[in-house]
Design a protein around this ligand. Structure first.
Ligand code: ATP
Length: 245
């Protein structure tokens, strides 16, 4: 398996992995980020995703959640600290219309696929990706004829078409009605809990009811990440206005 290790240029060169590092799906150590205007957005963040599953982050606007995702996805280089994972990551945004670029379901999935694959292999992968997101048989469906929930599930299928196994979902249900919200959440939950090759998903939400579906949940506050706890426990804490820190 590939292991990606991004660390700040100023820190020591990448060393052989310790056994402890090797078992985590994602390990973030001492990660800080400051914007050019001097604002510290992430302040010595530490996070370990110990196993595949659906892991949720909550935090008020501006607490640094999306910046953290951009660092994990490699869109920004760490200024200090390190990010280590075996997985290829892919981002899924709030609005699938910003992510779906081609006119039909299959053409959109093709875009993210390894261009070296043969036609039958591509067709089979498209079929599988659609099936696992509850979109079986919609290869030729124009994207404008999908519901909001179907579009978001297609965006997730697109992320997986690139062979990503670490999904970074940034408020993927914020624009959806309750039924579509449930369909997206259930689809991701199933992918994260399937017996074979379960995915690891990190999911940002402001919808506290979603926390009950998480395998673990943590709060981001002023650029720091709190400890993992059960989604129900974090939900209760936030509803009652208390916090660990
Ligand atoms: N490219 C940038 N340059 C300067 N500041 C930025 C940049 N991107 C984000 N910020 C600032 O960093 C802070 C954190 O932004 P971020 O988008 O990570 O927060 P968030 O927790 O995802 O918020 P929200 O819940 O509103 O999406 C904000 O104050 C934002 O204005």
């Amino acid at each position: 398996m590939r292991r990606l290790l991004r660390r700040a240029a100023a820190s020591a060169p990448a060393s052989p992995l310790t056994p402890e590092t090797a078992t985590a799906e994602l390990r973030i150590t001492g990660l800080s980020h400051r914007w050019a205007n001097g604002q510290t957005v992430l302040d010595d963040c530490n996070l370990v995703i110990p196993k595949p599953g659906l892991w949720m982050l909550v935090g008020c606007n501006g607490s640094g959640k999306s910046t953290l995702f951009r660092l994990i996805a490699g869109l920004i280089e760490p200024q200090s600290g390190s990010i280590s994972t075996d997985h290829q990551s892919a981002l899924v945004f709030q609005n699938p219309d910003h992510q779906l670029l081609l006119p039909s379901c299959s053409s959109d999935l093709l875009l993210g696929m390894d261009q070296g694959l043969g036609n039958s292999e591509r067709r089979e992968r498209i079929r599988l990706r659609l099936e696992e997101l509850g979109l079986a048989g919609l290869e030729r469906r124009p994207i404008h004829a999908l519901s909001g929930g179907q579009k978001q599930r297609l965006a997730i299928a697109g992320a997986l078409a690139s062979e990503a196994s670490l999904l970074l979902l940034d408020e993927p249900t914020a624009l959806l009605d309750p039924d579509s919200q449930s369909s997206v959440l259930a689809a991701v939950q199933e992918l994260c809990r399937r017996p074979e090759a379960p995915l690891t998903a990190l999911w940002i939400t402001h919808r506290l009811e979603e926390l009950t579906c998480a395998d673990g949940a943590a709060e981001m506050r002023a650029g720091r990440i709190g400890p993992w706890m059960s989604g129900i426990k974090l939900q209760r804490r936030l509803q009652h206005g208390s916090s660990d820190r």
